[in-house]
Write a protein that binds this ligand. Structure first.
Ligand code: GLU
Ligand code: MG
Length: 450
């Protein structure tokens, strides 16, 4: 335990180091209930004060909708009160595509320094600790997909950027400088990039990064997105991370990869369960699969999410799992026999409107509940679930997912009343806002919000 004086010394050194690197200010981010990343910045000279007392970020932010309107109906829905954003200095990162700026994700405490029960990032940390109490560690990684456009309305046009063939070399060549700058910026920020490639939809790309601890994976989801956004702006491009950019076509997912570890051993392999997973891994995944309809209220939180979550879009629209099955909600990847780290499960149904901290925390909670119940997986689905027959579709609307969420004993207990109440209030308001809206108007309202 370092003393307050030692801590202040450490922060002062960090600030000096940043100043020497030409950094003027630090952006402190939180992701709200609606999935929007909100920010306060401080000059480097004020970093020390920010680290000690935090920066004001009132609880009402938890009740913002994606369009910045504010709903009520939850304990944190009052205009009064204050919370303090406390930067996590272990993650302090100079931003390569925003020269002069650094970034740090933040937790929220109250003015007395007590952890705020509605803080999404602290929730992710609590669930990580809950797993650790059972000797379990999770490695997680989000894939980031986005679509670039040149005009604010993204109107589809054959002359739009990277409109060439899906996964096509032509797209990569066309935006080669841009993609190099995305790669360089991420690498300069210490992000381990695994892959960067053109995706299916016109203008769509994807980057995947190396797995990290759950909070770290959620932090990376924020950093990667904001880096892509900043590099895009420097190239005259607008990046959309919304679930759907054009109604009726493939959308942007933000799949979550996870592996479960105990004493340095990957429990997703070398076991007696299906496809080589251990019984603990099977129970964890069964817990997640069973809870998935409710988890969607966190992982697919927008009305637009359900325009994406359709069969035949690799979005994981069915509540099933399968080895390397891209249409199943959970795709199990056994990996190569000599690559111990490679075995993992990919939850495909989630998108980037989600708050990644809520997602990682809730997935852990569901998985641990599966372990407690010694849950087992149903038989795997190896073909397209839409063709197999008898497979359960995941909720087809936000209202439906919310109804599952409101009944979820596991998620309610894990989130606690403050967070649970905020999610219910915001999802109810988002669902009401888009009730009866055409897909086109849902897309138009959400395309450039995330
Ligand atoms: N874009 C698809 C989605 O919405 C995913 C494509 C892929 O499998 O990478 O989830
Ligand atoms: Mg993809």
């Amino acid at each position: 335990m370092s003393t307050a004086r030692e801590e202040r010394g450490r922060v002062a050194k960090e600030a000096d180091r940043l100043t020497a690197q030409g950094v003027s200010g630090v952006a402190l981010t939180m992701v709200d209930t609606a999935g929007i990343t909100r920010v306060k910045t401080v000059p480097v000279t004020a970093l020390s004060d920010a680290a000690r007392w935090g920066v004001a970020m009132p609880p009402v932010f938890d009740l913002f909708l994606a369009d910045d309107s504010v709903t009520s109906g939850a304990p944190s829905g009052t205009p009064e009160g204050d919370l303090r954003l406390l930067p996590d200095l272990d993650r302090l990162t100079p931003l390569a595509a925003q020269p002069g700026w650094a970034w740090a994700p933040a937790d929220r405490h109250d003015q007395r320094g007590t952890e705020y029960p509605g803080c999404q990032r602290l929730f992710a940390r609590r669930m990580t600790e809950r797993a650790a109490e059972r000797g379990l560690a999770l490695r997680m990684g989000f894939e980031t997909e986005w679509v670039v456009g040149r005009d604010a309305d993204f109107s589809p046009s054959p002359s739009g950027p990277a409109a060439g063939p899906a996964f096509g070399m032509a797209r990569f060549v066309e935006l080669s400088d841009y993609l190099r700058d995305v790669l360089d910026a991420l690498v300069a920020q210490g992000v381990t990039v695994q892959q960067l490639h053109p995706e299916y939809a016109p203008g769509q790309f994807e980057v995947s990064v190396a797995p990290a601890d759950p909070v770290g994976a959620a932090d990376l989801a924020v950093l990667v997105r904001e880096t892509v956004r900043a590099v895009s702006a420097r190239h005259g491009l607008t990046a959309s991370f919304a679930p759907v950019v054009e109604a009726g076509t493939v959308g942007n997912g933000r799949h979550l990869h996870l592996s479960l570890w105990q004493d340095g051993r990957n429990l997703c392999r070398d076991g007696d369960g299906p496809h080589g997973m251990t019984a603990v891994c099977e129970a964890f995944l069964a817990g997640v699969l069973g809870e998935l309809p409710a988890l969607l209220a966190l992982g697919a939180p927008s009305a637009a999410s359900y325009l994406r979550l359709e069969p035949s879009r690799w979005a994981g629209a069915f509540q099933c799992w399968g080895p390397e099955n891209r249409e199943a909600a959970i795709r199990f990847v056994a990996g190569a026999p000599d690559a111990v780290w490679a075995a993992n499960a990919e939850i495909k149904s989630f998108d980037a409107a989600a708050n990644p901290y809520l997602v990682v925390g809730a997935v852990i909670a569901a998985g641990l509940a599966g372990i407690d119940a010694a849950a087992t997986l149903p038989p795997p689905v190896v073909d397209d679930p839409a063709q197999v027959g008898g497979q359960t579709r995941l909720p087809g609307s936000l209202a439906e997912a919310l109804a599952h969420f409101e009944r979820s004993v596991v998620l309610r207990e894990a989130l606690g009343e403050t967070l649970f109440g905020a999610v219910v209030a915001v999802r109810r308001a988002e669902a009401a806002r888009f009730e009866g809206a055409t897909p086109q108007s849902v897309v138009a309202a959400t395309r450039l919000r995330y």
